[in-house]
Design a protein around this ligand. Sequence first.
Ligand code: NAD
Ligand code: DAU
Length: 332
Amino acid sequence: MKYLVTGGAGFIGSNFISYILNNYPDAELVCLDSLTYAGNVSNFAGFDKCRFTFEYADICDRERVFELTERYMPDFIVNFAAESHVDRSILYPTAFVSTNVLGTANLLDAAKQFKISRFHQVSTDEVYGDVDAPHFSVESDTLCPSSPYSASKASADMLVLSYFRTFGLPVTVSRCSNNYGPGQFPEKLIPLIIYNIMNDKPIGIYGNGLQCRDWLYVEDHCRAVDMIIQHGREGEIYNIGSMHTVTNLEMVDMLVSAVGRTALVDHITDRPGHDKRYALSCDKIKGELGWTPCVDIEKGLAKTVKWYMDNRDWCEDIMNGKYIEKNKEYIK
Ligand code: NAD
Ligand code: DAU
């Protein structure tokens, strides 16, 4: 099987490529990535170069997307490429519309033109907006995104599903909760906290810190996407999550004990429009595909902390901007 994976130099995309390479000895993967600030070619370390190809390309570049789709003729297109950080979407909303909406439209048109067997859209629980306890969002819930990021992801979901209804394009959509694990850019809560604890810096918590998130270890997400591509029904949406929510302050405590050091918490200005609680029902993927998470939060955080401790250079390269030079060297 051949996969075209967009955004494969980022956190989840690179973990997905690694998962497929390790579990399918015959799989070949092409990664299409424009190496924004979030892309990092160090994430390719350890990939089997005989079965992995990198193409430096922007999903907003329609001609290039068509050219690469025609050249590789993949069985599957898996779209991870996105502007993914909520805080940045508040500062630069149009970049999110370009990549997350228009970029997805280009990929859909290419998938349609070259009759790709499956287009999978990697979406997020944020499209439902925040939900009050005790509700757990189900796939048929009305979308109510709060930030420019989640609004752009919700728009892309709508577009993907419209290609199924109008053109019969074989699509699936997954909506996952917050991921954590190796290789996550340290602008997101968990790697940022780990970095700050390791470097004796205060932890900045937005507002009262009582916002709830459902945290899933990244490999569990990758396995779910794989199962959906292989066995999910065309035109369907699948939620993916741990069904276990924690507050941001509880997460700080768990990380402080996982790292084994103390830390100072600073309550700082809240994120505008901050979603208070995400929570997903995962009955559909459990019932239809038999997926359940394998890594519980204590084990997942311990593995993640160990990865960041063992890969201090990776983190420092990001913090001092050296990884950008390495990216440029790689594409020369
Ligand atoms: P990330 O920011 O770590 O990586 C995004 C990747 O996409 C980077 O390699 C970047 O260079 C690439 N990219 C960005 N714009 C591009 C463009 N125009 N053309 C080509 N490549 C481009 O993101 P992530 O956390 O790995 O998230 C991956 C996907 O999963 C996103 O679609 C995100 O919405 C979704 N998601 C993320 C989470 C999470 O907790 N991180 C949870 C649910 C869903
Ligand atoms: O829910 C899935 C989403 O999870 C993905 O779609 C997004 O791509 C991903 O970025 C993530 O969004 P969040 O906004 O939930 O993640 P983030 O790590 O930015 O923040 C998690 C929580 O921690 C949130 O309530 C905001 C808070 N926070 C975050 C940062 C970076 C802080 O209190 N302080 C911080 O410095």
